[in-house]
Each structure stands twice: as structure tokens, then as C-alpha cells.
Design a protein around this ligand. Structure first.
Ligand code: 4AD
Length: 429
């Protein structure tokens, strides 16, 4: 057995191949049927001829429906008129299933396609997205392995909140309640005292009540944490990581980028260094762009879109006001009203894909900030303990992988960047 892309090579012309897959399209005229076969690698034209196959076989093949599954053997020839430049003249075949009309197609409504994601994910567009997504996940891990980081795993059921109580999912747990994790960050911080440099790829959960083009209730979170590094070190490693992931997509996924009509020039231009802009300067810039923002305002999806429509490369926004971010961020010792942190905003209007920075590493500061945030340090005893025994400066970040894929492919909505999106209104399929 061979894949379609293996069969579509000049050296295969005149050879007999065995292929299997699904009917992508079918068109018959007179005694000839052109079946476009699809597998995970590509599509190819099959020719069924009544003269060479006999009328019964021809009738059977020419009545196949879209997405029916079959196996064929036949001879490869090149044919400029064929959809991908090659054609296989069928000699023998086996039909696995001839199905009823396939219910999903490109022109049907978005909600219908989401209800039928289990079927729609075999479309060529969605398959292309899945291939790019696979590259992105691998490239993230490879980048950190190459930098001598260790991959670790944290629990998904937790007792603590990292990003505030309003987006916590509560789950019954043997007569008690636990939360689904919002971020593996605090657990990654525990690992640095053993491994120094760690990363993880895991789901994070947010009970996001808003429906926006960039929020999921379950998303894939790539996080890293490293001892001894500061906010600037973190930005340096992140920009190289984003450059590497984009390079890997360009190297492995040209056909997918072309199929999805992605502007490759934009991706080729994603080179370090990325611009760094302080939050306070950004607010002035946004005012210059005519936006109604003042110092202290949080940047939501709309604000970031308005700002990032002006950029073609990612931008780091640094030094956010302390009041805007979670309690664990380290305050600037020279100006405690701001924290030593950054967000990385993706260009072309996409906005935040990374949040990170320095963590509070001193005991007194952490206990004070937990209390100021209205929480009880006892609930975070293990997190606080880290600041009692050989504490060290350290930093980390979290990257939303679904958002990264959405931007890299210039998709209109995050639901197009994940196979089975979970949102306030969707838990199926
Ligand atoms: O900015 P966030 O909330 O930061 C944290 O969770 C930190 N504890 C991460 C860390 O430092 N280890 O989330 C980090 C990233 C965001 O920049 C965004 O890309 C993504 O996670 N994200 C979401 N993606 C999809 N849907 C949501 N509801 C998301 N919330 C955050």
C-alpha cells in the first residue's frame, strides 16, 4: 500500500500502485468516471473506464458517493488536466463502504459545521489546519528540549486558583469540590527547585462567560518556568521560540499554507528581535491611533485588535500596572505600582498569545500580595513554602497554542484552530 503523495512522483509513472482512501469528488461522462481519491496526504484522480473494467464494475464505481471508502490498484500516468497532475487508471478495486450523501460541505453554516465537526474535520481545509497544529505542538517541545529543558506534568484537578476566582470551574470530588486548573504555572514553579528549567503542554480551563473569537473554556496551554532568569531573559527566549515555531511551519507545511491561502510573506518576516513597548507608552500610542484608552485600563480583545492591526510582527508589552494582573507577578522594586511582566501580542489584529514575567520569589512579598488580593496564604501553603527553602529569582510564561495556531494561519475564530472547541455554548461533539 502506498500513500497518494508517494504515488505522485515522476519515477512512479507507468508503475502499478495500490492506494486507499475516500472519494473526494466524482464526475462521470459516458463510459468514463473520474473519481478524486483523498487520503491524509493529498488527492489524486482515478480513472474508471467501462471498456477496461466491464459494465458491472463500471456501474458500481461510477455510483460511488462522496466520502465512500475504497482501495484500488492501477497504473500511474501524468496528466496535466488532472487535479494534481497525475492519474491512476483503475485495474482492480475493493469498496469498503458506499455511504449515503455526506451531510457536510463548505457552504453550510458555521454552527452546522461545528455540530458536525467529527465529520467536517476530514475536509481538506481542516486537515491542513490539523497538520499545522501538529507541527506547532512538536516545534514548541523540540525548541525547549534543544535548550535542555525538561518536560513535566502537573495535575488538572487542583485546589487553588492562579488567575482569579471568576473563571474557575468547580467539579464535585468525593463530597468536596475541586477546580479544573487555570494554568500549570504554580506546579511548574515547584519543579524548578529540582530541574531548574521545565515546560509542559496541557489543557487549561477557564469558565469564560464571554463569547469572543479568541476565548475557549478549555484550551491548550504551553508553559515554561526557569530558575535564575528575569523578565528580559524570558522575552529573549520567547521571541526565539516563536521564530523557531514559525520557521518549522514554513519548512514543513508549505502545501497547507498555500491551501489555506496564508500570506507567506508575513510569516517569513517573523524574525527576532520583537519590539518591546511599555504599557504606559502603549496607552499613548493607542490614543494616537484614536482609541479611547487611559492608563490603568485593561486591554481586551477589541482594544488589542485595534492596536495590533497596526503591526506585522509580534510585540511585547511590558510593565503593566500591578492592579491589572494576578498576585504572583513580581513588582518593580523601583516602582511597585508596576510589575516585571510582559504579554506578547500577535500582529494582524490577533493580540495576546503569551503572558509571562518574573515571579515573586521573596516570602514576605508573596504573603503580603496574597493577602492584598483577598486570599488566605494557608490555601497556598505549598506555593508559599517554595519561598522558605532556598528561594531563587525565577520567571516563566504561558502560551495559548490554539491562539498561536489561529494567528499563524490567519483564521477568523479560535474555534477553527482546535478540533473540538469547548465554549460557554458548546460541549458537543
Ligand atoms: O495570561 P494568562 O491567563 O496567564 C497565565 O495563565 C499564566 N499563569 C501563564 C504562565 O505564566 N505560566 O494565560 C496565558 C495565555 C494567554 O496569553 C492566552 O494565549 C492563553 O493563555 N489563554 C487562552 N486561550 C484560549 N482561551 C482562553 N480562554 C484563554 N485564556 C488564556
Amino acid at each position: 500500500m502506498m500513500s497518494i503523495s508517494e504515488a505522485m512522483k515522476p519515477e512512479m509513472i507507468g508503475k502499478t500502485v495500490q492506494l486507499h482512501g475516500w472519494v473526494y469528488r466524482i464526475r462521470s461522462s459516458g463510459k468514463l468516471s473520474f473519481i478524486i481519491l483523498r487520503d491524509s496526504t493529498n488527492i489524486i484522480q482515478l480513472l474508471a473506464s467501462a471498456d477496461s473494467l466491464g459494465s458491472d464494475a463500471y456501474r458500481e464505481l461510477s455510483s460511488l458517493t462522496v466520502e465512500s471508502s475504497l482501495e484500488v490498484t492501477g497504473t500511474v500516468r501524468d496528466d496535466k488536466r488532472a487535479v494534481t497532475g497525475y492519474e491512476v487508471a483503475i485495474k482492480t478495486y475493493r469498496i469498503y463502504q458506499k455511504n449515503e450523501m455526506f451531510p457536510v460541505s463548505k457552504d453550510l453554516g458555521e454552527e452546522f459545521k461545528l455540530d458536525n465537526r467529527h465529520l467536517w474535520l476530514r475536509s481538506r481545509e481542516f486537515t491542513a489546519m490539523l497538520k499545522v497544529r501538529s507541527t506547532v505542538f512538536k516545534a514548541f517541545a523540540d525548541f525547549y528540549y534543544n535548550e535542555n529543558y525538561y518536560q513535566v506534568q502537573a495535575p488538572m484537578m487542583v485546589a487553588t486558583a492562579t488567575e482569579g476566582g471568576s473563571t474557575l470551574f468547580k467539579v464535585p470530588f468525593f463530597g468536596e469540590e475541586v477546580n479544573l486548573t487555570q494554568s500549570s504555572q504554580f506546579y511548574l514553579e515547584t519543579f524548578i527547585f529540582s530541574l531548574e528549567r521545565v515546560f509542559t503542554i496541557a489543557p487549561s480551563f477557564r469558565a469564560e462567560k464571554s463569547r469572543t473569537w479568541r476565548h475557549l473554556t478549555e484550551y491548550w496551554h504551553a508553559e515554561m518556568e526557569a530558575a535564575w532568569l528575569n523578565n528580559e531573559d524570558m522575552m529573549k527566549i520567547e521571541e526565539r521560540m516563536i521564530e523557531y515555531i514559525v520557521e518549522e511551519v514554513l519548512r514543513n507545511n508549505r502545501p497547507e499554507l498555500e491551501l489555506l491561502k496564508r500570506d507567506i510573506g508575513v510569516l517569513e518576516n517573523i524574525k527576532v528581535p520583537f519590539e518591546r513597548i511599555k504599557y504606559s507608552e502603549l496607552i499613548k500610542k493607542a490614543q494616537d491611533f484614536g482609541m479611547n484608552l487611559k492608563y490603568g485600563d485593561d486591554l481586551g480583545a477589541d482594544e488589542e485588535r485595534g492596536i495590533m492591526n497596526h503591526f506585522q510582527k509580534p510585540v511585547f508589552i511590558t510593565d503593566y500596572p500591578t492592579s491589572l494582573k494576578a498576585f504572583y507577578h513580581r513588582q518593580n522594586p523601583e516602582n511597585p505600582s508596576e510589575i516585571l511582566c510582559h504579554d506578547l501580542l500577535a500582529p494582524e489584529g490577533y493580540g495576546e498569545i503569551i503572558g509571562g514575567g518574573e515571579r515573586i520569589w521573596e516570602y514576605d512579598e508573596l504573603v503580603r500580595r496574597i493577602k492584598e488580593s483577598g486570599m488566605n496564604p494557608d490555601d497556598y501553603y505549598w506555593y508559599v513554602d517554595l519561598r522558605k527553602y532556598g528561594s531563587v529569582p525565577h520567571s516563566g510564561f504561558g502560551l495559548g497554542l490554539d491562539r498561536l495556531v489561529m494567528w499563524i494561519l490567519h483564521l477568523p475564530d479560535i474555534k477553527e484552530a482546535i478540533p473540538y472547541p469547548r465554549t460557554i455554548r458548546r460541549t458537543k461533539p
